[in-house]
Design a protein around this ligand. Structure first.
Ligand code: ATP
Ligand code: MG
Length: 373
């Protein structure tokens, strides 16, 4: 098993020395047991937020209403949260109140899946009240408690189930899966940002095609996605954020990236690349796309159709691919007015895209004056 981060250990020990209980909890325990890289070290403690703050030199009250203090140690940050049990769920989205309860058991009971509901103390002792270790071994995503109840409390858990199954290559336990089908409609209430994050983690995982399950099981109907799809080609493009979103948009044209609150630049680039990849086949196509849409769009498009090397070659060649690089400008055409100038320059650019050696001022003006362009 990999080692606990030394600074995380220091946080646990500091709290223990002051008489509190403190445990690593959630994803980091799961990932330690799986020998996977740990994203963030979350800590749960009996110390109240103020007591946690008093125990460390540097801390930020990041989510004081949820009892979360971010402790900073040697440039690393740790979210330290007071043991909690969530209050009633009123609208299927957020706990209405958070009660601080001095009890690890309650804290673990509110967690989503058995594999995410384990705690580990500074000595490596694991508290596993729901069979998390066994499910890790079997490769199963299973709700803590009664699945339908848990999904009614927070519908995001259904998307998280699919996301974790994609990331970890796990199956979803039968009862949990049945409850997803029953509760799917509750996902309509979720905020777009939370849904987007789960889709993104899924399409960047080793099983990006699991996005099809989210759609088939009716978890994304609020975003106009329903029906059966075969999305294995999502895995054919590099596992980079914009590339995978662009490929998803290409395979699912009805996917509304603005509705999912992707930032404007991502929406623009991914939407353009998703369309353009059907017309990028030759070097000349690449050049035309660079000229009309710019390098960024062309590069992303190239990733979707395996033309990255062609784009690099064009970049290295220094060939003219824009009006700015053309050997003539508007001022060289005093005989033309208004739109006719732009029109002529674009015709000349297209000629130069096809004949890269001919980007010379006199030659181009000559061709223009002779009416050959
Ligand atoms: P990642 O590697 O993506 O960070 P993670 O398991 O750490 O995975 P987080 O979203 O960071 O997931 O949440 C940390 C922990 O908090 C989870 O392991 C789980 O115990 C709990 N948790 C997070 N979201 C929920 C939720 N919607 N319902 C119940 N428990 C949750
Ligand atoms: Mg995490």
């Amino acid at each position: 098993m990999q080692q606990i981060s030394p600074n995380a250990l220091r946080v646990l020990r500091t709290l223990e020395e002051r008489g509190y209980c403190a445990f690593l909890v959630g994803g980091c325990v799961r990932d330690l047991l799986l020998n996977r890289p740990v994203n963030d070290w979350d800590i749960t403690t009996s110390a109240l937020p103020q007591q946690t703050q008093e125990s460390f030199e540097k801390s930020i009250p990041t989510g004081i209403q949820h009892g979360t203090i971010t402790v900073l140690l040697e440039g690393e940050s740790f979210e330290v949260t007071t043991f909690r049990a969530d209050g009633a769920y009123l609208d299927g989205r957020r706990p209405a109140e958070v009660a601080f309860v001095p009890n690890l058991q309650e804290d673990l009971a509110r967690r989503d899946f058995t594999i995410n509901a384990m705690a580990m103390d500074a000595r490596g002792e694991i508290t596993d009240l729901y069979g998390g270790r066994e499910d890790l071994q079997r490769g199963l995503i299973r709700c803590v408690g009664e699945a339908e109840t848990r999904f009614s409390e927070d519908a995001l858990r259904m998307l998280r189930a699919v996301r974790f199954s994609a990331q970890l290559d796990f199956s979803i336990e039968e009862g949990t899966q049945r409850a997803i089908l029953t509760c799917a409609k509750l996902c309509e209430k979720l905020s777009a940002e939370r849904v987007r994050d789960e889709i993104e983690k899924t399409i960047l995982s080793r099983n990006p095609a699991h996005l099809a399950r989210m759609i088939e099981w009716g978890l994304l109907t609020a975003f106009g996605l329903r029906g059966e799809y075969e999305l294995s080609a999502l895995g054919n493009v590099p596992a980079e954020r914009l590339t995978r979103w662009a490929q998803a948009k290409h395979m699912l044209p009805q996917l509304d990236l603005s509705m999912l609150r992707l930032e404007k630049r991502a929406v623009r680039l991914c939407t353009a690349a998703a369309e353009l990849c059907t017309v990028m086949q030759t070097e000349l196509d690449c050049k035309r796309i660079i000229a009309s849409h710019g390098w960024e769009t062309a590069q992303l498009t190239a990733q979707l159709c395996g033309m990255e090397q062609v784009i690099s070659r064009i970049e290295g060649s220094g060939d003219c691919v824009s009006l700015a690089q053309l050997a003539i400008r508007g001022g060289d055409l005093p005989e033309l007015q208004g739109a006719a100038v732009a029109d002529a320059l674009h015709r000349v650019l297209e000629h130069v895209l096809q004949h890269p050696d001919e980007n010379e001022r006199e030659h181009l003006l000559d061709l223009l004056h002779r009416g050959e362009i």
